[in-house]
Design a protein around this ligand. Sequence first.
Ligand SMILES: Nc1ncnc2c1ncn2[C@@H]1O[C@H](COP(=O)(O)OP(=O)(O)OP(=O)(O)O)[C@@H](O)[C@H]1O
Length: 490
Amino acid sequence: MQTKHFYIARDASLIKPTNHLPEQHICLDELLSGQTIKQHPFELLSSLCEGAIAVDTACRIIWMSPKYRQLINIPEDKELIGTPIEELLPNTQLPRVLKSGKPTFVDLMQINGRWCVVTRMPLKDNDARVMGAIGFIFYTDLESLRPLFDKFARLKRQLEQQKLIRPSRYALDDLIGQSAIIQQLKRQARRAALLDTTVLLLGETGTGKELLAQGIHHASQRNGGPFVGINMAALPESLVEAELFGAAPGAYTGIDKNGRKGKIQLADGGTLFLDEIAEMPLSMQAKLLRVLQEREVEALGSNRLEHVDLRVIAATSGNLKQLVDEGKFRADLYYRLNVLPIRLAPLRERKEDIPLLCAHILQSIQQQAQIPALALTDSALAWLFQYSWPGNVRELHNRLERGCVMAEGTAIEPEDLGALDDLPCPDSAIVTGIDTDTSLTSLAETRLKAEQGALQDALQQTRGNKSSAAKLLGISRATLYERLKKSPDN
Ligand SMILES: Nc1ncnc2c1ncn2[C@@H]1O[C@H](COP(=O)(O)OP(=O)(O)OP(=O)(O)O)[C@@H](O)[C@H]1O
């Protein structure tokens, strides 16, 4: 196979890949080695555009054209060689080019508040090893493209209004925590955002898997595209196919004459978040595998394959490997999804994050509900530290919300957080400062009665639906069953 070289015309007006070597052209290798002409090759290239910047493999600036300096307001005498590019341009995509070794020929990028059309290319040595990357700005005056931008913005607004696309609400900075575990998680997520591969998020319920998925999308190059989420556990098996893969006109009675787009088609250009992936019916797994392998989707009732361009982030609170071993999850799909696994630690493994999380959550509750600021008493904080947090950050949020409602004074006490629900537990008794002799017996009885009353009320309200009753009470189904067993009637 013949290698393609880049050639530049002697009048410096054109760079194009070709297999021929016309006499009037200079090979770029020759040009970069400076054998042919006196002018620095980068300067020659930058004269073709509105600015250019080059970095080495460590993403440090090795060269910047004067026009680029002007665009980002850097004085001429300021030394930039060796500066990490992200310090100057936080949204730079050159690290991605270094990683992938692939160019992006046309992209839009905001530089110093101005939209620019940019091209990025890897710089490779004779053995095709990446030794740096170079970015060019071709247009900074995009007024002529204004009608196109306006149309794009209008269509995007329409889709958002129809709730067909949901912009990601969270960035990685919204992930609260100072622990080493959270810092490492954010570093992994930033690296995952740079790559365009499938990510598998593993963690118990409420650990922030969806929040992290949105953060990765937000930090990725796909952030201008949609973030589309679907929870496999919330869908009856019969609806999964149409919801996920779409349906052709006439696929089933009552369908719109234009057919129906599935979440996969809606995520085109962006990120598809498949929550509770372990719940995906086996019959649908082969179809999803095709999307991951071929980027092709076949709508229900159609025999046409549509190409889609998306990144998949899947999440599970279960053990996928075990399901594979039990034959309940396809091994080939598991390996396709498990390209970049990221584990989210439960809150009990990073309790040092609790005070910061509480501060953030309390502030947001108080702002939303427009109520005066409430602090946690020392004993409330102590209880938060000794509790095991089966529902993780979601449960912390629910308990703090409950605390804000129940608090009588200016501070939240352990019992406002539902700490007494966990009695009789010696630890709880210590942190709540409750005397564990005779008063505890009557308190426990009173609490049991009140609790059974609340359980019965919730069951009545939800017409006996235990899942909904548990949700209403802010407890898990398992806890609900456990508490029901304590009823004197049982
Ligand atoms: N580190 C964190 N910082 C701030 N908020 C968090 C953090 N982790 C989780 N949350 C919040 O906790 C709640 C639950 O998070 P999320 O829905 O992302 O969890 P999940 O792991 O996807 O849960 P599930 O498996 O039940 O769907 C959300 O309100 C989210 O914003």
